[in-house]
Design a protein around this ligand. Structure first.
Ligand SMILES: NC(=O)c1ccc[n+]([C@@H]2O[C@H](COP(=O)([O-])OP(=O)(O)OC[C@H]3O[C@@H](n4cnc5c(N)ncnc54)[C@H](OP(=O)(O)O)[C@@H]3O)[C@@H](O)[C@H]2O)c1
Length: 328
């Protein structure tokens, strides 16, 4: 796996990371033993960045990573987040960026991760009741104290990115970005470039839809949040699946899978772009890693961008509850 920098002077990480969220929550039940195998296989295959958050499975995800990494002796770039507050098992959330909250959340994450520092620490959502100066100021102190190496922001506007960077350099911005979700092209990606940071697209496979394998049966299964997400439920499923069918046909012409084409497209969007596809299966992991070797020529990219023009996908990307704290 080749490497990319999160910003021209930023840390070097594998060109694709591994999103670990679904190993603990949101897309049905995970299997810890299989998840451990997936994490270790990813590292063996040259992936160096793991993505998690304190709220995934109410700490389960960080514990799983912390425990699994005891078997791995080399450096791993671990990114985690705080700021979304939920009761265990509930999707309803509030946002908290108060300095004392951030500090306490980080201490808990470090314990679960069994580390003395986090490489990249994101504010998961911005809380407008806390001045940005206070939140970033606290992160800056945590950098000075060696508890975090780099600062990140998730689902924030261009304005927040530019302002935050005047307080302390922001190394990475993480937001949803895929053929399905292109909102960041309006101003966020430019702001990220302007501050010379990395951009980390989450849900680069459209929460699995862009793989062509997200059946209605999977979505309906217990604990799968996608049954409540506007794009993957009701009549929107059928409409959006027509776009996926076009992707499947196009991928077959390229001798690749739809997942690989979707990932290759997002990876082609900039030198500073490092997606974090999520999977709980080794088979999918290997398929996704191979996407790093798929090159899309200009005509292919233009074709994909025409099929998935901004607005082609029907339905909001989150339910109303999921939009809490998302800046647009
Ligand atoms: N900052 C934020 O607010 C935020 C929000 C959401 C996610 N994230 C991060 O982004 C990561 C990735 O996002 P995501 O998991 O929501 O979406 P995703 O990466 O777009 O898609 C994951 C889904 O696709 C399936 N999949 C993966 N590779 C596949 C393949 N080759 N063929 C068929 N199916 C495949 C997975 O199935 P299996 O699970 O069955 O393998 C899973 O259901 C998360 O793990 C998390 O770390 C961050």
């Amino acid at each position: 796996m080749y490497k990319k920098n999160l910003g021209s002077k930023g840390p070097s990480v594998s060109a694709m990371g591994l999103g670990c969220m679904s190993m603990s929550e949101f897309y049905g039940k995970g299997d810890d033993a299989e998840s451990r195998r997936v994490i270790l296989k990813a590292l063996e295959m040259g992936i160096t960045m793991l993505d998690t958050a304190d709220q995934y499975g109410s700490g389960h995800n960080e514990e799983l990573i912390g425990d699994t990494l005891r078997e791995w002796k080399e450096e791993v770039f671990v990114a985690t987040k705080s700021g979304i507050v939920r009761r265990p098992g509930e999707y309803k959330r509030t946002i908290n960026n108060r300095p004392e909250y951030i500090r306490e959340a980080l201490e808990k994450s470090l314990k679960r991760l069994r580390r003395d520092h986090v490489d990249l620490y994101y504010i998961h959502r911005r809380d407008h009741s806390t001045p940005l100066e206070d939140a970033i100021g606290e992160l800056s102190k945590l950098v000075e104290q060696g508890k975090i190496r780099y600062i990140g922001l998730s689902e924030v506007s261009a304005e927040t990115i530019l302002k935050a960077d005047t307080i302390h350099h922001v190394t990475a911005v993480q937001s949803e970005y895929s053929l399905f979700t292109r909102g960041v092209e309006e101003s966020v990606l430019d702001a990220v470039k302007k501050i010379d940071a990395g951009f980390v697209p989450y849900s680069p496979l459209g929460r699995g839809f862009l793989t062509g394998k997200l059946s209605k049966e999977i979505i309906k299964s217990e604990g799968d949040l996608r049954q409540f997400m506007p794009r993957t439920s009701g009549a929107n499923y059928e409409t959006n699946n027509r776009l996926v069918k076009q992707l499947e046909e196009f991928a077959a012409e390229l001798n690749a899978t739809p997942a690989q084409v979707a990932l290759a497209w997002v990876m082609s969007r900039g030198e500073n772009i490092v997606p974090i596809p999520g999977t709980r299966r080794e088979k999918y992991l290997l398929e996704n890693i191979a996407a790093a070797d798929v090159t899309l020529d200009k005509r292919s990219r233009e074709y994909l961008e025409t099929v998935f023009y901004p607005g082609a996908v029907k339905g909001e990307r989150y339910s109303e509850e999921g939009m809490v704290g998302v800046e647009e």
